[in-house]
Every structure is written in C-alpha cells, then in structure tokens.
Design a protein around this ligand. Structure first.
Ligand code: SF4
Length: 287
C-alpha cells in the first residue's frame, strides 16, 4: 500500500509514514533521484483511507507521523486541512505530524494560511536548502535563489513551525566551494532554523548530475576539500540555539552539537579529523 520508493528524514526513522501524495511536484533538481521514477499525484480520499486502514494494522498508535512523499505542502490549504483532519481522527494520540516543504510551496502560501495549517496540527517542516549560493541554486535547478530560501524559511518559523534545514557539502564543486560555504552560512544564519543538517554530496545514478560527473563537467571534491568547505561554513555561521547534525551516512566526519554554543569544539573536531584522515570510507557513503 506504499508506492515505492518511500523517503523520510533520518530523524523520522520511528515515525509512521502516511503517503498522501506520490512523488515531488518540482522533481527537477539535478542531483536528486528520489522521485525520478514517479509521476507526481495526490491520492484521493478513498486511497488515503484504504492506506490508513492498512498501515493501522502495523502501527495503530504512533507517537510521530511523517506525511510523504516529497511535498504535501504544495496542496491547496483546504486540502491540507482536510487530510490533516483525517490523519488526526485516525491517530488521535500522535504527538507530532511533519512533512517535507519545498521553498516554492512556502512562498506561495500566505502567512495566514501557514498559521492555520500549523494550528491544524502540522508541527514540523523539513526544507532542503542545498546551498545558499544563487549560481549553485540555478545550476542544480532548485527553482529559487538564496534570498527566497530565507523568505520561505522565515515564513515557516514565523507561522510557528519547528523548522529543519539541510545543506549539501560539495554541491558547488571546487569551483564554487568558497561561495557555497559563505552563502550557505549567510542563508542558514538568516533563517536560524531549529535544526540544521549538513549532508555530503553522493552521486545518485540516473540523475543529470551523475551524467555531468561522468562527462567531466562536474568534478567531485575530495574529503579534505569537503572538510575545508565545512570548516569555513561552520566558522561563518551565526546561529542561536540551533541543533546541528552532520552525522548522516553521506558524511566523511560525524559532527553534532548546538550552534553557536558548540562551534569551537566542532571546528576542533574537523581539524583533528583532517590531521588523522579518519574519514568514512567511500563505499559506506550514501545520500
Ligand atoms: S531535492 Fe526535493 S524538491 Fe528537488 S527534486 Fe528532490 S524531492 Fe523534489
């Protein structure tokens, strides 16, 4: 009763996943192969009800719920409220409902609509910023620029959502590495999300970026170069009480802490890892 493949953020590993949409309405990012094999569509009431009846057998009383696939938030506000009501009436004890949010979806919604959606029970949003640099965002076809990322993120936070942002190390290659570090630091600092995750680029076969790597148009950075970039990015960030994680299976070095509080100790961890060269081996990494 799931349309495969199904994705969720690492922190939703224990959540019940309810698939209300299939695929991603944007589906254009050059590095992303998550939903390339799926046509975006919204499940109708009958399908959603049958899906809920099915998954209820396995997890009738979840504490956390993640609504899949790629962007539930692209639905019209009344549809979102309708589906949230169905989810809540079937799982009244769930403490948190979350989903992915595309920056374009957040920009399209009015502040009032976002507040209504938040009050209706959607509590947490995850947004892939990928980079704060306009040229990189243009090249990877994200559909928005750095300032629009800030606007989208601030709208979510102002509406009361718990907000998580993600950046991809190495997405600008060596050519734009410094710009990626500094502009991403600027954008994430301006958003000041509750959570910030730093992943490392890992090539997804079948994507436009994979073809660029094969043709030599895009050069992958070495672990040392990635760590230099990470160092500059973290050093340049100014955040308040932001939970930072860079301990994903794609990362060469595991880092975690609260920014800015733990910035110095994490910079030291990077310096030590660069000296010891004890990076995650390439064959263990995935995006
Ligand atoms: S990165 Fe996100 S917005 Fe871009 S294609 Fe993948 S799921 Fe869609």
């Amino acid at each position: 009763m799931y349309s495969s493949p199904v994705y969720r953020p690492p922190s939703e590993a224990r959540s019940l996943i309810i698939q209300i949409t299939e695929g991603c309405s944007h589906n254009d990012c050059t590095f992303c192969g998550m939903y390339k094999g799926k046509q975006f569509r919204i499940r109708n009431d009958e399908e959603v009800m049958a899906h809920i009846e099915y998954i209820k057998r396995y997890d009738p009383n979840p504490r956390k719920i993640f609504i899949a696939d790629g962007d539930f938030l692209c639905l019209a506000t009344d549809k979102i409220l309708h589906y949230l009501e169905i989810v809540k009436s079937n799982f009244p004890n769930a403490e948190r409902i979350s989903c992915y949010s595309g920056p374009k979806d957040l920009l399209r919604k009015t502040p009032e609509d976002l507040k209504i959606i938040r009050e209706a029970g959607l509590a947490m949003l995850y947004m892939g910023v990928e980079s704060g640099n306009d040229e990189i965002l243009r090249r990877i076809k994200k559909g928005v620029n750095g300032n629009q990322m800030i606007e989208a993120g601030r709208k979510a936070i102002d509406a009361g959502f718990t907000f998580s942002c993600m950046i991809i190390s190495g997405i600008g290659s060596n050519e734009l590495s410094k710009e990626h570090a500094l502009d991403s630091a600027r954008v994430i600092s301006a958003i000041n999300p509750n959570y910030f995750a730093l992943l490392t680029l890992n090539i997804d076969e079948g994507t436009e970026l994979a073809a660029d790597v094969r043709s030599g148009k895009f050069k992958l950075m070495t672990p040392d170069e990635i760590m230099d970039e990470t160092y500059l990015m973290l050093e340049s960030m100014d955040l308040e009480d932001c939970i930072f994680r860079s301990n994903h299976v794609s990362n060469y070095v595991n880092l975690s802490g609260v920014l800015n509080k733990d910035k110095e100790s994490m910079l030291e961890d990077i310096r030590n890892a660069m000296k010891a060269k004890n990076y995650t081996p390439e064959h263990f990494r995935r995006l």
